[in-house]
Design a protein around this ligand. Structure first.
Ligand code: NAD
Length: 493
């Protein structure tokens, strides 16, 4: 077994877990290793290679060598291998879920098992649709045959964040490989282990070099991958700030780039939805059971003034039933914030809002002294103003601001008054109200009476500073990961 952690029974101390380059498991050329921590227990789980440009060079060279064969395989053959990876993940689902929970801090029962399942699901989905890479023929008359083919782009550089490492990596791997590209994936510094575990299984199935997974810091390994001249396409999921660096690196060589970035998504509750089901959907949309650490968190809640008092009481009651604790404990609904820095950031947003006059309906506490990890209780803030940091910025923690509204035009103006445009949530029983509002919200993904996650097959991506391009859907994968070539042939009479 390559990927192990200090939690495995036969490990006395945190082991060194290598990275995957050209089908082989290697340390970094620097010889340095970085610790990966379990944020729920402040315990080192393992050490991973601290890669630099030399490792990136090696991985890109391996991916280029593999591309010559992989890109020419019939698409269905590639699809069959993706299906086999999906089956392998499903077979070892619980092992993967425990790894995810231990390094991300996301609770095993409410989050990590679902994420492990989504990894299998994503590989199976793209395995099944691999044959749908079709071109078109054009009606130019008898003398011409003009048609298009979709070709792989080459070596793809993928960079993922820590908050949903397996889902997001599975997506990038499956989309890039299905379309005939090879991939160098840079795992997140804070959560590389479950991604390496998926790579361990995939490496038993794929030809060497088709998938390479590097670890290391963003500013060194990530930046080297982004600017590598032999990387023909970049797909990045992470913060808007780093996304701007990625697009600048891509601009230098006109490489196509897909960006899935941050958000500060609005959720609007209409007066007809003062009920327990809507409260539960609001909790789901805010991703409280992932500590709010989600790009699509519905973290600005606009509730109609006629129901706001009662709605907040129900919300606070429901949040009070959720138990915050060790991510690996079956009893925990909510796990730990990913690290010390992010924990301090979340608490400082709460403190800033309270100092400005915000009122805590619930939460706001961390009790780090009597816990072994980085915990924050689900927090609801009333009285936040539109220009406060907690209302405008992505907190990436379990912090929800609740704002009353009375006029539909005005609440839509507030909802759209953001640099972000990733997701939006609408809660109403009236279909015309729902569709009218959905049409006017400026975001890439709107949900009505639902607070769940993305599903393979749907178009997903952000507007404004939330991103560029679409992923998840078959069309999005084809647009993002292939070049269209037109071939026009004169036919002799
Ligand atoms: P981050 O931007 O700090 O890091 C993301 C990845 O980029 C990591 O692998 C990191 O090592 C790497 N990186 C950092 N600096 C780099 C650089 N200069 N060059 C190249 N790579 C670099 O984000 P994070 O803190 O890991 O994740 C949280 C962010 O991700 C939030 O903003 C969240 O909204 C966003 N996110 C977006 C989506 C989406 O689908 N839109 C999904 C999940 C997370």
């Amino acid at each position: 077994m390559i990927v192990r952690t200090a939690l495995d029974a036969d490990e006395a101390t945190a082991p060194e877990v290598p990275q995957l380059i050209g089908g082989e498991w290697k340390g970094a050329q620097s010889g340095e290793w970085t610790a990966v921590e379990n944020p729920g227990r402040k315990q080192t789980l393992a050490f991973v290679p601290a890669s630099d440009e030399r490792d990136v060079d090696d991985a890109v060279a391996a991916a280029r060598a593999a591309f010559a064969t992989w890109g020419r395989l019939p698409a269905r053959n590639r699809g069959r291998l993706l299906l086999a990876i999906g089956d392998k993940i499903a077979e070892h689902h619980e092992e993967l879920a425990r790894l995810i929970a231990s390094e991300t801090g996301n609770a095993l029962r409410t989050q990590a098992r679902g994420e492990a399942a989504s990894g299998a699901d994503i590989f199976r989905f793209y395995g099944e649709v691999a044959s749908q890479q079709k071109g078109e023929t054009l009606p130019f008359g008898d003398g011409l045959l003009s048609y298009t083919v979709r070709e792989p782009i080459g070596v793809v550089g993928g960079i993922v964040p820590w908050n949903a490492p397996v889902t997001l990596s599975s997506l990038k791997i499956a989309m890039a490989l299905m379309t005939g590209n090879t991939l160098v994936l840079k795992a997140a510094d804070l959560a590389p282990l479950a991604v390496l575990k998926v790579a361990e299984w995939a490496n038993e199935i794929l030809p060497a070099g088709v998938l390479n997974v590097l670890t290391g810091s963003g500013s060194v390994a990530g930046a080297a991958l982004a600017r590598h001249p032999r990387v023909s396409k970049l797909t990045f999921t992470g913060s808007t700030g780093v996304g701007k660096d990625i697009i600048a690196a891509a601009a230098d060589r006109i490489a196509p780039v897909t960006l899935e970035l941050g958000g500060k998504s609005p959720a609007i509750v209409f007066p007809d939805s003062n009920d327990a089901e809507t409260v539960q959907n609001v909790i789901n949309a805010m991703r409280f059971t992932r500590q709010g650490q989600s790009c699509t968190a519905g973290s600005r809640l606009y509730v109609h003034e006629s129901i706001i008092d009662e709605f907040v009481l129900q919300l606070v009651d429901a949040l009070g039933t959720l138990r915050v604790g060790d991510p690996l404990d079956e009893a925990s609904d909510i796990g730990a914030i990913v690290n010390e820095h992010q924990h301090a950031t979340v608490l400082s947003y709460i403190a800033g809002a309270v100092e400005s006059g915000g009122v805590l309906a619930t939460g706001g506490v961390s009790n780090p002294a009597d816990r072994d990890g980085y915990y924050v209780a689900p927090t609801v803030i009333l009285g936040a103003q539109a220009d406060w940091a907690v209302t405008r910025e992505e907190v990436f923690g379990p912090v929800l601001v609740v704002i009353p509204w009375s006029d539909e035009d005005e609440v839509l103006e507030w909802a759209n008054d953001s640099d972000y445009g990733l997701a939006g949530y609408i809660f109403t029983k009236d279909v015309s109200t729902a569709l009218r509002t959905a049409n006017r919200l400026e975001a890439g993904w709107i949900q009505v009476n639902r607070g769940g996650g993305q599903l393979p097959g749907m178009s997903y991506g952000g507007n404004k500073q939330s991103g560029l391009g679409r992923e998840y859907s078959v069309d999005g994968a084809l647009e993002s990961f292939t070049n269209v070539k037109n071939i026009t042939v004169a036919i002799s009479a």
